[in-house]
Design a protein around this ligand. Structure first.
Ligand code: HEC
Length: 115
């Protein structure tokens, strides 16, 4: 008698679920971004609050030797403000080198509108 052993090897095919590449994290929320610098349009109000309010007061109400700027536009022209901010004056520091001329122009315009 012959025994025929048919060893049938059934390879267990394991399909590993390695196809999960669909991580969708499209949460591009730029809220509260504090980009300093590379902004195409100059934010004069932000520049003033960053560079000027330490001396001139948080509401530009004046502080110490620094006069109020809250309605400086009724006293000085945009050109005069531009000149003072660029070159400084007494205790007022010169901002050329710190701010670009474009930024100073924007700040001067912003303040000259305060009347
Ligand atoms: C380190 C303190 C300080 C900072 C920072 C500062 N200032 Fe002044 N600023 C002064 C002082 C002090 C004076 C008064 C100068 C004087 O007596 O001639 C002044 C004067 C001025 C004046 C003339 C006001 C007037 O009535 O004649 C303008 C305009 C002015 N600052 C704008 C700015 C702007 C804009 C910034 C920010 C870009 C700035 N200042 C930042 C201290 C400062």
């Amino acid at each position: 008698m012959k025994k025929k052993l048919f060893g049938v090897m059934l390879g267990a095919v394991l399909v590993l679920g390695a196809c999960g590449g669909g991580n969708k994290t499209d949460n591009d929320q730029n809220a509260g971004g504090t980009d300093n610098g590379e902004t195409s349009s100059v934010d004069a109000e932000k520049l003033v609050s960053t560079n000027c309010t330490t001396c001139h007061g948080g509401n530009l109400e004046g502080r110490g030797n620094a006069p109020a700027l809250a309605n400086i536009g009724s006293e000085l022209s945009q050109d005069e403000i531009h000149d003072i901010v660029t070159n400084g004056q007494n205790g007022m520091p010169a901002f050329k080198g710190t701010l670009s001329d474009e930024e100073i122009t924007a700040v001067a315009k912003y303040l000259a509108d305060k009347k």
